[in-house]
Structures are given as C-alpha cells and as structure tokens.
Design a protein around this ligand. Structure first.
Ligand code: FAD
Length: 318
C-alpha cells in the first residue's frame, strides 16, 4: 500500500515507521531480520531502506602501486525491500538516488521495482562521493531529486526514455521526498530550500520525510514555513535516539543539524555510552510523545539497523 493511503486510512492515528540500512557487503540477510524482528512487533506502516553510493577505494597491488577502484559497501537495497515485503508483509520503501546513475539505469531500476510490486519510492539526490567535495551529477543522469521525480512521474504516465514502445505499462509509484527543518546544508537560505521543496511536491511528491532533529520546535516551525510556502502534503518527522558520546560531533557534521544545549550537557556528563543511550532514549520518548500529541501522521525512526534503542522508545510511545 502507498504511504499516503496508510496515512489516510489511519484516521488521525500516528503511525510507526522505521529506516534501516542494507547490511554491509558479505553479511547475511538473517542479521537484518534479527534486528528487524523486535521492531516489526510494533506494526510499522512501512520500512525505508537507504541507498548507498559507490565509494573510491585504493587496492594495494603489492608492487608499491595502488589501484583506484569503486565499490559499494552496502549494496542490495532493491533485493532487501523485496525480501522485507515477502518476509513480513510490510511495505518496504527503497531510497532511490540520482548520484552515480544515468537515466537509463534509473529507468531499469524502476522497472525492477515495478515488477517486484514495490510502489513506494523515496526520491533523493544523494550526497557527494565521500572523497569528492561536492555532488557531481552523472552527465546523463538526474542532477536534483526534482529531476528524478519527473522521470518517475513520466513512467507513471507511460512515458519511457524509449518512445518507440507500444502501449508501455503505466507504473504506479508513490513518491516521498526529503525535507530539512534546519535547511539543507548547500541551500543559500531556508526560503530557497523551501522553494525547491515545493517544486518536488508540485511535481508529484505525496509526502515529506524530515532530516533528524532533536528540538521539536524546529519541526513545528518548519511545518509552519512549509504551509506559508504553499506546501500542504504530510510532513513526517524523522527521529533518532541519541546513542553515543561520539555522536555529539558526528551528527552535526554528517547531518548538518544542531543539538539542543540541554541534551549536549546531559550527554557530556555521562560516564559511558550505556548512560548516553539511556539519556538518548528518554529524550526521544519525550520528543515522540510531544509530536504524537501534536497529531503528526507518522513517527519515523532512523534505526541505523539497530533495534534496541528504537524498541525502547516504541514500547513507551506505541
Ligand atoms: P534536492 O532536493 O535535489 O536538493 C539538494 C540541494 O539542491 C538543496 O540545497 C536544494 O535546496 C537545492 N536544489 C534542489 N533543486 C534545485 C534546483 N532545481 N536548482 C538548484 N538547486 C536546487 N542519501 C543517500 O545517499 N542515500 C539515502 O538513502 C538517503 N536517505 C535520506 C533520507 C532522508 C529522509 C533524508 C532527509 C536524507 C537522505 N539522504 C540520503 C541524504 C540526501 O541524499 C542528501 O541530504 C542530499 O544532499 C540531498 O538530497 P535531496 O533529495 O534532499 O536533494
């Protein structure tokens, strides 16, 4: 079922959903199911599966020379989505990115998804390759999430790259997109970012999932600004239980977000990461309860494929 139908059928009840990462190359699906089992008990409306860009690695040739190669450390997003739908009968949402693909490859991936009965997609631009300073689009690919949405919407209308096809099937994808309560880090300002977010919605995105935030006021302000900008689709808050001391620096630098002073002070006083987890779970429970009270359509948790902290939150909230 499409995310928007889950929301509309819920009759105002806040739904539970999660995001997971594909296992590292060489790991077993069973590891992932083991992490998912304790969360599936809470009846997630859908499970998002991230997509990971290729990385450059340097292989030692043993003769003093290094060879530059590309590798994908967490492949398998599409297969995992199919496996989740098959194993749990829960809708799985692949993240599809622009980076690294030409439009033909994107079209073929969309055809695979359609054949597998996967009709939800989170359409993203993706980040730069780790060793490259900025995002460089594929010369024959999509440069922005909005371009990817146009390609998907074309296929929903039966328009493929090859216009010689006879009676091509109309795909039936529902599209979600990313939104940034604290602004996308490349955007010159929030107004500009919101204008492009509106473009994604006007092109056909049916809902927005936010970047993680730790201060609910940032989400509430964002929702207001979206409304003022003419964006009226559901805005799903993304939450992450804070889990380690290192995340005090990692989360702001990777996700370009601020951490509230009270949370930072509490974490700094912790003697070990067990204490940090307890603080993080409690913080996330309070965030979740307030958002639920405010009537958000879904609470979406970034699990990083670890179930323990999200489960502790879900036990108190759902
Ligand atoms: P866009 O919407 O394309 O925006 C990118 C930037 O360009 C913004 O600054 C925007 O303001 C600007 N912009 C947009 N359109 C235009 C235009 N037409 N002209 C000029 N400027 C424009 N990354 C992954 O690699 N894999 C994942 O699985 C993944 N999952 C994510 C899930 C969520 C919920 C979120 C919030 C992010 C996720 N990301 C993921 C990270 C995301 O790919 C990055 O934040 C990326 O830098 C931007 O992606 P986007 O889809 O928001 O880009």
């Amino acid at each position: 079922m499409k995310v928007i139908d889950h929301i509309n059928n819920a009759g105002g009840k806040t739904l539970f959903s999660i995001e997971i990462l594909p296992p590292r190359k060489g790991e077993d699906m069973k590891t992932l199911f083991k992490a998912l089992d304790p969360l599936v008990e809470f009846d997630p409306a859908f499970i998002d599966v991230t997509y990971h860009r290729e990385e450059y690695v340097y292989r030692d040739l043993g003769n003093g020379l290094l060879k530059k190669q590309t590798t994908r450390k967490r492949p398998g997003t599409v297969g995992i989505c199919a496996a989740i739908q098959n194993h749990y009968q829960v809708d799985a949402i692949p993240h599809l990115i622009c980076g690294g693909f030409d439009k033909e490859e994107t079209e073929n991936a969309l055809i695979d998804l359609s054949f597998l009965g996967i009709d939800n997609i989170l359409a993203l631009r993706g980040d730069a390759i780790k060793s490259e300073g900025r995002f460089i689009p594929h010369p024959e690919g999509n440069a922005y999430a909005s371009d990817l949405i146009e390609q998907i919407m074309d296929m929903n209308k039966g328009k493929y790259l090859d216009d010689d096809l006879e009676n091509p099937v109309h795909t039936n994808f529902s599209i979600g997109v990313a939104g940034y309560p604290e602004k996308h880090f490349e955007a010159p300002n929030l107004d500009s970012d919101l204008a492009y977010l509106k473009k994604k919605v006007d092109l056909g995105a049916e809902y927005i999932v936010t970047q993680m935030f730790f201060d609910n006021q940032k989400y509430f302000d964002f929702v207001e600004k979206c409304k003022e900008a003419g964006i009226h689709v559901p805005i799903i808050p993304g939450l992450k239980p804070f889990a380690t001391k290192a995340q005090l620096n990692v989360l702001p630098s990777v996700f370009h977000i601020d951490l509230p002073s009270d949370l930072v002070k509490a974490v700094e006083q912790c003697k070990n990461n067990k204490e940090v987890k307890d603080i993080g779970v409690e913080w996330c429970i309070q965030q979740s309860k307030e958002l639920k009270e405010a009537g958000v359509p879904v609470l979406h948790y970034y699990t990083m494929s670890r179930s323990e902290t999200t489960r502790r939150v879900a036990e108190q909230v759902f």
